[in-house]
Write a protein that binds this ligand. Structure first.
Ligand SMILES: NC(=O)c1ccc[n+]([C@@H]2O[C@H](COP(=O)([O-])OP(=O)(O)OC[C@H]3O[C@@H](n4cnc5c(N)ncnc54)[C@H](O)[C@@H]3O)[C@@H](O)[C@H]2O)c1
Length: 270
């Protein structure tokens, strides 16, 4: 059921790779709720072509942008404002990639050039998106900017490797830029810390199936699905959350507040 929560709002959605992507689900929901938006991803990801199906069903245009390139981001905001006919109300940063994780490098044997790439793609790009938006005065008053994070920013999950540092940077940027954007434009900036989710980025982390099941048993409500995540994100883009800013919001079925659960005890006793 749709509630027209985003009627009249204009946005930019980063990171829809295929139909499993969290950003893909957000795009479908945002459309359902009355938003107009552009879709963007790294040129290399667009070559797969799957995103065209999403663009068609949402009536959205695709603008290629490597989120680490200021030039690409400037072009993205310029074109988005042209296409949508005005400034932007919401931005979703749904981007993550670590060459060290992808190539199975042990945490004690990281390639530092790749580490810097991880930080740039998965952390700094969030700052770049906001700096470009601010310099171009591309955001509307009371806009909402969101990025997706993971609890490995606060607690150690060995296979998450250097992505843990990238998420810590991401969450810190949300606080620092959230302060700045609140003062200048009443724009709110938050991160949502999502349960493990079966997507390309998620399943690329070693031991994913085991920690997916562990998290499911450790969460009184179970793992939050990507559909649930999309619903939460829509509320964060709506006018019902205008005073929420500079937060890392846990969307994890209760995982982060649980010490142990009966489900897990039962599993361990087996
Ligand atoms: N899947 C999980 O378990 C999980 C849990 C918590 C948080 N997250 C976060 O959710 C976000 C979305 O990931 P997902 O799970 O939907 O996986 P996904 O693989 O579908 O999405 C990741 C996206 O990042 C894009 N990307 C990579 N490098 C880029 C670049 N240089 N410029 C622009 N885009 C680039 C990819 O093309 C892809 O579309 C990520 O930030 C991820 O860390 C995922």
């Amino acid at each position: 059921m749709a509630y027209n929560l985003l009627k009249g709002k204009k946005g930019i959605i980063f990171g829809a790779l295929d139909e499993k992507s969290i950003a893909w689900k957000v795009a479908l929901k945002a459309k359902e709720e009355g938003a107009e938006f552009t879709l963007t991803n790294a040129p290399i990801a667009l070559r797969m072509g799957v995103i065209n199906q999403l663009a068609e069903s949402c009536g959205a245009e695709i603008i290629p942008a490597d989120a680490t390139s200021l030039e690409d981001l400037e072009n993205l905001f310029t074109k988005s404002m042209e296409i949508l006919g005005g400034k932007i109300d919401f931005v979703l940063h749904s981007i993550g990639m670590s060459p060290n994780v992808r190539k199975n490098k042990a945490y004690g044997d990281l390639n530092y050039d790749w580490f810097l790439k991880t930080l740039d793609i998965s952390g700094l790009s969030f700052h770049k998106v906001m700096q470009v938006a601010e310099k171009m005065d591309a955001m509307n008053e009371w806009g909402s900017i969101l990025a997706l994070s993971y609890i490995a920013a606060q607690r150690t999950f060995p296979d998450y490797s250097d992505m843990a540092q990238a998420k810590a940077v991401l969450e810190s940027i949300a606080r620092s830029y959230g302060y700045r954007f609140a003062k200048s434009k009443n724009v709110r900036v938050n991160t949502i810390s999502q349960s493990p989710t079966k997507t390309t980025a998620g399943t690329g982390v070693g031991g994913f199936d085991a920690f997916f099941d562990y998290a499911d048993k450790m969460s009184p409500l179970g793992n939050a699905s990507s559909e649930d995540c999309a619903n939460y994100i829509i509320t964060m883009f709506s006018d019902f959350t205008r005073m929420v800013t500079m937060q890392n919001l846990m969307h994890d079925g209760g995982f982060s507040s649980s010490g142990i659960t009966e489900d897990l005890i039962e599993e361990l006793r087996k």
